[in-house]
Design a protein around this ligand. Structure first.
Ligand code: NAP
Ligand code: GFB
Length: 323
């Protein structure tokens, strides 16, 4: 029986939140049956600072959601994490505890929260799978963010065991796309390289420096692709066990290859240099999407096309894109 759903998306104004909003709008325009009985509410920090319990409860009192997709977090790339591990831990611990406790108090039917493939142990066998989350220390570069994210899984198990709540989580690989954080200092690698290389082009520079060796490997997923996986999870996945949402292992690319793809999409003709004085972070965090593929048939945009579309979006929104 399809009950009316009121879906609150925390972090709804960010990269992943805006992608979910785009997909929901497309579903409404095409008359997709899944969305017919769903009301969607996308919130950012202006609607409530979720580090504050009172503001969090007021948001839930206002919207009385039946479902929550919990994306809100202090998020950043490698260098931002390395400089602010304590802030990443404290802010995300507060946000996660407030949102999950409000979800319990307001009898939310289901919560889908967000972990990350970067939170797995650094000393691990590959491919990584969902059973490995707590099997050892995370990489030192982002231990604050990683431990805060791991506590979502602990909270989910506690709320299920003590109160029977259906609070679950997904584990995305690296995400990029429109509405990303294009800040050279705080952003993730794809958006940061796009803005920095576009700046180099505008300054007619003949070389561009990629930070680190370029050797680390990453699985990148386009934001519109993972948005569809979030919708499927919210509507169909009823286990509290985390679910990895990643492209295939063989879709893993090096940072150098990602920089080359951005170079091609931008049309930069200068030479790429590598600053090995800058950190590489985790060498790899290759995750298996075997569990997802056993449940659903995901579709992934080819990496170079996703980069092309992200570059096009950035150039159309350069003046308003997040710095
Ligand atoms: P993002 O673009 O930085 O967006 C973060 C969102 O959280 C924004 O809507 C922001 O609101 C909100 N937020 C931050 N602090 C808040 C606070 N104190 N109170 C209320 N809202 C707050 O992040 P994203 O890349 O979309 O990430 C979404 C989720 O995916 C996060 O949980 C992240 O950990 C996870 N994830 C991301 C990646 C990735 O590569 N991007 C990979 C794996 C997992 P404002 O717009 O008002 O600031
Ligand atoms: O996306 P990113 O910042 O974070 O990628 P992680 C960092 C990798 O890209 C390192 C190289 O190997 C960097 O040396 N890189 C090259 C650059 N040029 C740049 C640049 O201009 N900016 C950035 N940022 N990197 C994050 C975690 O790890 O993954 C977060 O720290 C989060 O917590 C995120 O979970 C998904 O992929 O290394």
């Amino acid at each position: 029986m399809n009950l009316e759903k009121r879906v609150l998306v925390t972090g709804g104004t960010g990269l992943v939140g805006k992608a979910i909003e785009t997909v929901v709008k497309e579903e409404k325009q095409t008359g997709a049956h899944e969305v017919l009985n769903e009301t969607w509410i996308f919130c950012g920090s202006k609607d409530a600072d979720l580090r504050d319990k009172v503001e969090t409860d007021a948001l839930f009192e206002k919207h009385k959601p039946t479902h929550v997709i919990h994306l809100a977090a202090m998020v950043g790339g490698l260098f931002h994490n390395m400089a602010h591990n304590l802030d990443f831990f404290r802010d995300n611990m507060s946000i996660n505890d407030n949102v999950l406790h409000a979800s319990y108090k307001y009898k939310v039917v289901k919560v889908v929260s967000c972990l990350s493939t970067c939170i797995f142990p650094d000393n691990v066998t590959y491919p990584i799978d969902e059973t490995m989350i707590h099997n050892g220390e995370p990489h030192t570069s982002n231990f604050g963010y990683s431990y805060a994210k791991r506590m979502i899984d602990v909270l989910n198990r506690g709320y299920h065991e003590q109160h029977g709540c259906l609070f679950t989580s997904v584990v995305p690989c690296n995400v990029f796309g429109p509405h990303d954080n294009f800040s050279p200092s705080c952003g993730h690698v794809i958006p940061a390289l796009i803005r920095r290389m576009d700046d180099a082009m505008r300054n007619e520079e003949k070389t561009f420096t990629v930070w680190g060796s370029g050797k680390p490997l990453r699985q990148f997923i386009y934001s519109l692709d993972i948005a569809k996986l979030f919708l499927w999870t919210m509507r169909n996945y009823d286990s509290i066990e985390p679910l990895i949402l990643s492209v295939d292992e063989e879709d893993e690319v090096s940072i150098a290859a990602a920089a080359e793809a951005i170079k091609h999409a931008l049309g930069f003709e200068g030479r790429l240099l590598f600053d090995t004085g800058r950190a590489d972070g985790q060498h790899k965090k290759t995750a298996s999407n075997k569990k997802l593929r056993s449940l659903f048939a995901p579709e992934f945009t080819p990496f170079h096309l996703a980069v092309r579309d992200t570059v096009a979006w950035f150039r159309d929104h350069r003046d308003t894109a997040r710095l």
